[in-house]
Ligand binder design. Structure first.
Ligand code: GLN
Length: 513
């Protein structure tokens, strides 16, 4: 089954290790081999833990062998992701590995400690293969703002994978890892998941600890999983979620054990019957590609045929979310990025001159164009005289956005169904010279972040041969319910012809320059 290891889900790997059908080391070696052959062209990875991870796989295999000798219960009792390879977006600290956040500002920085999610993944038995490419400080929607390399979309190497978590999305879409971690401040998990044809979830704000994650906009940032199935996304979310004394915004609510027992197959499909979904008309934004709209509407029709009730609703504040986000996110970023002064972290260009000169040359050379744009926007919005007009106003609009969503949950809807992105993956450079065009790529995802809600993107078809994502948005803490709906949708469409199509440029990645 060798060449099949890379296509296996985390759940299948865990089962195969448990039964002794294959080993973690075999899987890790196959994935490392694929990465070695294909990543020059794919560009998903910034750092690999090749030697360390092989040793860790060997130890996982030893644990499985020992448990098997003690019977099925002992195997079952092993950690849920034991021996399962995963990737981390390069803004997650892991002790002893480089963390760049895609920026020259952090070139050469080696993390002195583990982020909480890194410790949790280790405790769950996951094997961290390495770190993945991203837009600098998670600002962007195409991964083209990485200071290091270009990540291509395995569906078309002329096109972007989305962003800012493009490396994590492409790695999973290209079968370099079954699971990866992304961060979503305004859409950076759901949008690249949509553009690369995989599943990605942004949990409720506070569900996953942000301790040890390079901060972008602290009131919006959430960490979440990428996977090739709802069940796998749920397994990874279960591993990383939970309260953390080191992050005061993390919730004390217990982690939902339903994430470990998501309904599968027919059981999941049957559960769609009787569900009530709200379809907000404002999410079919001006300029949405007709092929995207068609695929999303077909997905909604499939849910309806399975017995779900679909009501068209209005979320009138949707159109204000983007403008509000581009006040709040840059304002918080300008404060968070003040720490990169060339003294405390990473790159330093402090020469023989005065202190201010050192700051200016470090920040002038370390930050790329988009990051500088955000710092200027944010500093302006927070400056005396403009604070009330921009930041305070934006926070008030944010409350109105949250109230819009609250009306949906009070009316008893199980979820909102909507597009995840107005377009399929676009060609490199298409939006680079027009920042606002790039910002519009997140029109469908940003309202969720402004309200702190959970949302996911699940593949729902192809438009011109490129993936389209269906977005599901839920009430706070409804992650297990949303993932169950996604599992139901997977089961309903298991025989759809588009499900059988693999990323079309995968075959051309091997050995290509
Ligand atoms: N594309 C949005 C931005 O550039 C969102 C990024 C994110 O979610 N990290 O801010």
């Amino acid at each position: 089954m060798s060449a099949e290891f890379r296509r296996a889900t985390a759940a299948q790997l865990r089962a195969g290790y448990g039964s002794g059908t294959f080993t973690s080391l075999e899987v890790v070696d196959e994935l490392l081999g694929a990465i070695a052959q294909e990543d020059a062209a794919l560009g998903a990875w910034l750092h690999l833990r090749t030697d360390e991870v092989r040793g860790e796989a060997q130890r996982a295999d030893d644990a499985y062998a020992a448990a098997r000798a003690n019977g099925a219960d002992a195997v079952h009792a092993l950690a849920p992701l034991l021996g399962v390879p995963v990737a981390l977006k390069d803004l997650v600290n892991m002790r002893g590995t480089p963390t760049t956040a895609g920026s020259k500002m952090l070139e050469g920085y080696v993390s002195p400690y583990d982020a909480t999610i890194t410790s949790k993944l280790k405790a769950a038995g996951a094997l961290i293969l390495g770190k993945t490419n991203m837009d600098e400080f998670a600002m962007g929607s195409s991964t083209e703002f990485s200071a290091y390399r270009r990540t291509v979309n395995p569906w078309d190497r002329e096109r972007v994978p989305g962003g800012s978590s493009g490396g994590s999305a492409s790695a999973v879409a290209a079968f370099h890892a079954p699971l990866s971690i992304g961060s979503d401040t305004g859409g950076s998990i759901r949008q690249p998941a949509s553009l690369t044809g995989i599943t990605g979830m942004k949990p409720t704000y506070g569900r996953v600890s942000r301790y040890g994650i390079v901060a972008f906009a602290s009131s919006l940032d959430q960490i979440g999983p990428f996977a090739r199935s709802a069940q796998d996304a749920a397994l990874m979310l279960h591993a990383i979620a939970g309260s953390d004394p080191r992050d005061a915004t993390s919730s004390a609510l217990p982690v939902d054990s339903a994430l470990l027992t998501l309904p599968q197959g027919d059981q999941a499909a049957i559960a769609i019957k009787g569900k009530r979904f709200a379809l907000p008309k404002e999410y079919f934004v001006a300029g949405m590609e007709p092929g995207v709209e068609a695929a999303v509407r077909a997905a909604v029709a499939a849910l309806q045929s399975a017995g779900a009730v679909i009501d068209e609703v209005s979320l009138p504040t949707t159109e204000h979310a983007l403008a509000t986000y581009y006040i709040v996110a840059p304002a918080e970023a300008s404060a968070n990025l003040a720490r990169y002064d060339g003294i405390r972290f990473g790159a330093s260009k402090h020469g023989g001159g005065d202190l201010l000169g050192g700051y200016l040359s470090t920040r002038g050379r370390g930050f790329g164009p988009e990051v500088r744009r955000r710092i200027m926007l944010g500093t302006y919005a927070l400056s005396a005289g403009f604070y009330d007009a921009y930041y305070l106003k934006a926070q008030k609009v944010r409350t109105l956005i949250a109230r819009d969503f609250d009306r949906i949950w009070s009316a008893g809807y199980d979820a909102i169904v909507a597009p995840a992105s107005p377009s399929v993956a676009w060609k490199f450079g298409a939006k680079l010279s027009d920042p606002v065009a790039m910002y519009l790529a997140d029109a469908c995802t940003i309202p969720t972040n402004m309200a702190g809600l959970p949302g996911l993107s699940t593949p729902c078809g192809l438009s011109d041969g490129l993936p389209v994502g269906l977005q599901l948005i839920g009430a706070p803490w409804s992650e297990a319910a949303l993932l169950s709906i996604a599992a139901g949708y997977e089961a309903l469409t298991v025989d759809a012809p588009w499900r059988a199509v693999e990323p079309t440029d995968l075959a051309t990645l091997g050995g290509a320059a």
